[in-house]
Design a protein around this ligand. Structure first.
Ligand SMILES: NC(=O)c1ccc[n+]([C@@H]2O[C@H](COP(=O)([O-])OP(=O)(O)OC[C@H]3O[C@@H](n4cnc5c(N)ncnc54)[C@H](O)[C@@H]3O)[C@@H](O)[C@H]2O)c1
Length: 289
């Protein structure tokens, strides 16, 4: 997209943290903003932010659990009726589930995959045909995690796989959309995947809002605060980013059709170490040549 001004952006989990940072950055450049969220208190806070920053007249807050497919279509209908055709679809809602993977239950997996992966799928299957149909062009943004491209870390074994799937999905989506861009009538459609490192948000509250259907007997709630090898210490001001900064990086990716938004270059040591392990396995003397 050459500009986001006047375009309607629909942001899941957009009433808090990174999603709200994206909403604010897009609104600052003239976009119309629909945020959906499962939490009513977050929606009320987002409405307050829109009013304080002067974009309440091009803002809608909608209650939606991204696992609800019928609800997703209804929320998009409502947003489009109020603000115009969907152009920027941001599948950002996510839960920061943490605990040892060898102790995870079906309930843990179903909740994690239901929100972090199937929530993105629901957005894509429901929203992308709408963007294709109007021909104005647009962009799909999926929020994954930088943790999914780094070395394995204790307690991330359920969360990171959901985010790795979102990265792979977006890589394939962009490949396909780019290949079709020449034959698309009207504007083209881009795709980006946002891979945040540590960002100052409300994600720590994840377990307090675990739905009753996914409650488990065993406490799957451990947290590992150890920074990855070579990373800045958690006390460094550059460690925890402001969500607005991530929002600004996302707007830049939309305007340049950039695939990856990776917020913490300081963690490159962990990415390289993971790749070194993969490359060493491919150089194994027992492989056929
Ligand atoms: N904060 C970080 O350090 C960090 C790092 C990497 C990735 N992420 C990812 O960024 C995204 C945004 O998280 P955040 O850090 O801003 O956290 P956040 O908790 O501040 O915001 C996430 C929002 O999503 C909403 N949500 C949760 N489940 C939902 C559902 N089923 N349907 C609709 N809304 C739902 C929450 O109510 C919340 O308002 C997530 O996908 C998260 O996994 C965050």
């Amino acid at each position: 997209m050459d500009t986001v001004a006047g375009a309607m952006a629909f942001i899941t989990g957009g009433a808090s943290g990174i999603g709200l940072g994206m909403a604010r950055a897009l609104a600052a450049q003239g976009a119309k903003i629909a945020v959906c969220d499962v939490r009513a208190d977050h929606l009320a806070q987002a409405a307050q932010t829109a009013a304080q920053e002067g974009w309440a007249d091009r803002f809608r807050a909608l209650r939606l659990d991204v696992r609800d497919r019928a609800g997703f279509a209804a929320a998009l209908d409502e947003a489009e009726a109020a603000l115009g055709p969907l152009q920027i679809l941001i599948n950002n809602a996510g839960i920061g589930i943490q605990g040892p993977v060898d102790e995870a239950t079906f309930a843990d997996w179903d909740w994690a995959i239901g929100v972090n992966l199937m929530g993105v799928v629901n957005g894509l299957v429901t929203g992308l045909p709408r963007i294709k149909a109007h021909g104005l062009g647009g962009h799909v943004v999926n929020t994954a995690s930088q943790g999914a491209i780094m070395q394995a870390r204790a307690t991330r074994g359920v969360y990171a796989p959901t985010k790795a799937a979102v990265i792979s999905m977006t890589e394939h989506l962009k490949l396909e959309l780019d290949a079709k861009s020449g034959s698309m009538v009207g504007g083209t459609i881009g795709a980006s995947v946002v891979c945040p490192g540590p960002v100052r948000t409300n994600i720590e509250e994840t377990e307090q809002h675990r739905p009753a259907e996914f409650k488990v007997e065993t406490p799957f709630r451990l947290r590992d605060e150890t920074p990855p090898a070579g990373a800045l210490p958690p006390t460094d001001p550059g460690f925890w980013l402001d969500p607005l900064k991530v929002g600004e990086m996302t707007v830049h990716a939309i305007l340049t059709n950039k695939l990856y938004v990776i917020t913490h270059p300081a963690f490159i040591g962990s990415v390289k170490a993971r790749h070194a392990g993969i490359e060493a396995a491919m150089a194994d003397e027992y492989l056929p040549r």
